[in-house]
Design a binder for this molecule. Structure first.
Ligand code: GLN
Length: 453
């Protein structure tokens, strides 16, 4: 098929099915069809990459030139990005077609996609349930086949957890592997963009296009990008899989635990050996994250002041009033909660007690992983402690919502890569297996993920 036919097919599916799911904030039909035409011409001229003409969707946290980039916030409801994020630019160079921008939790703060200014996203497997978050729109769109692939971002689990709850593949690369330039910042030392796809092979193809050094991102790492498709079929004989005791303890839903154990035993059949390991500081990852991430968010979100861009209140009395009401009216509840926690944690007198302490805990978490990777090649466990939960079930209880990321957050704290792949269904709702790798070992993660499918 031509890219124009393919693009039209997905645009039609979005129009037909997205009203039930709410996975898109913007649909960029006109641009998509123009990109598809250009892709068809490229292909006819013999200038195609494997992604030329492939339609995808971008999480609405990535700046897209000339297109609304809202971060699912009222604050940026009127913001048209004047430039493309590096990820978007790289994907465009590879020839992809952008179908639109996907829904998400406001400023990527959430695990259920219920904090979006544009309303909750529904899980395509059962629309009474959440798709996970914060990249819930991307996960739902890929799961419902409204787009073959999408981008996401993961600060504490936001690619892997919704991938798990929607039954797709989601890869959070090593911190520094994918440029953060033009990706609206939440917690800069944790944020990382990555692919959300149906298969590990698709994720490898997207990674080939999106990874790489970017001089515009000072934390981007200047090491060569391998061909992520090259090792997909390598046999897994002798692979050492670490199973952290702390990932299978209380808090884990029994049905989820069983499915994950079954998936892991498949790997034994493929020639892998299982090694019991300890990640003793796992229980500290959520408390430390909820100091570090809000602290960084409070600083990053100070730019939304009603002056330079974004929402501005009506008839401000003076500058003070302009700041206060623009921010008060423009941000949602969860975002304000984070700004207040973060500002408090960073304030003089409390900095040492909270922020500095959390940074020290962060180092302990990283040390746990370094120790573990001396004896194993990958670490496996559940992506999330549960399958999708009902819309509204955790909305009034932030702490129970935060626990959704118990197995994913430590990976961000350490800066490691992790992937979630479908491991079966519990009561009709998908469950993910998480595979964690050593730094810059994405090719191995994709290989291990690919062999399972
Ligand atoms: N759910 C976590 C939070 O609310 C992680 C979000 C993310 O990875 N962007 O902060």
């Amino acid at each position: 098929v031509s890219s124009q036919e393919l693009t039209q097919h997905f645009l039609d599916r979005i129009k037909r099915h997205d009203p039930q799911l709410n996975s898109f904030i913007s649909i960029t039909e006109e641009q998509a069809l123009a990109q598809a035409k250009a892709a068809d011409d490229q292909r006819a001229a013999g200038n195609a990459t494997p992604l030329t003409g492939v339609p995808i969707a971008h999480k609405d946290i990535f700046c897209t030139q000339g297109v609304k980039t809202s971060c699912a916030s009222k604050m940026l409801d009127n913001f048209i990005a004047p430039y493309n994020a590096t990820v978007v630019e790289k994907m465009n160079t590879a020839g992809v077609v952008t179908l639109g921008k996907t829904n998400m939790d406001e400023f990527a703060m959430g695990s259920s996609n219920e904090t979006s200014f544009y309303g909750a996203v529904k899980n395509p497997w059962h629309t009474d349930y959440v798709p996970g978050g914060s990249s819930g729109g991307s996960a739902a769109a890929v799961a419902a086949r409204l787009a073959p692939a999408a981008t996401g971002t993961d600060t504490g689990g936001s690619i892997r957890q919704p991938a798990s709850l929607c039954g797709i593949t989601g890869l959070k690369p090593t911190y520094g592997r994918v440029s953060r330039w033009g990706m609206i910042a939440f917690a800069s030392s944790l944020d990382q963009g990555g692919p959300m796809t149906q298969t590990a092979e698709d994720a490898a193809l997207l990674m080939n296009a999106m990874a790489g050094f970017d001089p515009k991102d000072s934390t981007s790492t200047n090491i060569e990008v391998p061909d992520y498709t090259a090792d997909l079929n390598k046999p897994l004989n002798g692979l050492r899989i670490g199973l952290p005791k702390q990932f299978f303890e209380n808090g884990l839903d029994a049905a989820v635990g069983k499915l994950v154990q079954e998936a892991i035993s498949q790997y034994e059949k493929l020639g892998a050996t299982l090694v019991d390991i300890e990640l003793p500081n796992t229980h500290l990852s959520i408390p430390a994250y909820y100091v570090v991430a809000p602290a960084e968010a409070s600083s990053n979100l100070s730019r939304f002041d009603g002056v330079r861009f974004g929402y501005r209140c009506n008839d401000p009395a003076d500058l003070e009033d302009l700041y206060k009401r623009s921010r008060g009216e423009g941000f949602g509840e969860e975002v304000k909660r984070r700004i207040m926690i973060g500002t408090y944690a960073l304030s003089a007198g409390y900095y040492d007690a909270y922020y500095l302490k959390a940074q020290k805990v962060r180092r302990l978490i990283k040390n746990d992983f370094d120790e573990a990777f001396k004896n194993v090649d990958v670490i496996m466990g559940p992506t999330a402690p549960h399958a999708g939960f009902k819309l509204g079930e955790k909305a009034a209880d932030p702490v129970s919502m935060y626990l959704s990321d118990i197995y994913t957050i430590s990976v961000n704290m350490a800066g490691l890569p992790g992937i979630s792949i479908p491991a079966g269904n519990s009561n009709g709702l998908p469950v993910g297996l998480q595979i964690i790798g050593n730094y810059f070992d994405e090719a191995r993660l994709l290989n291990v993920a690919h062999r399972y499918q």
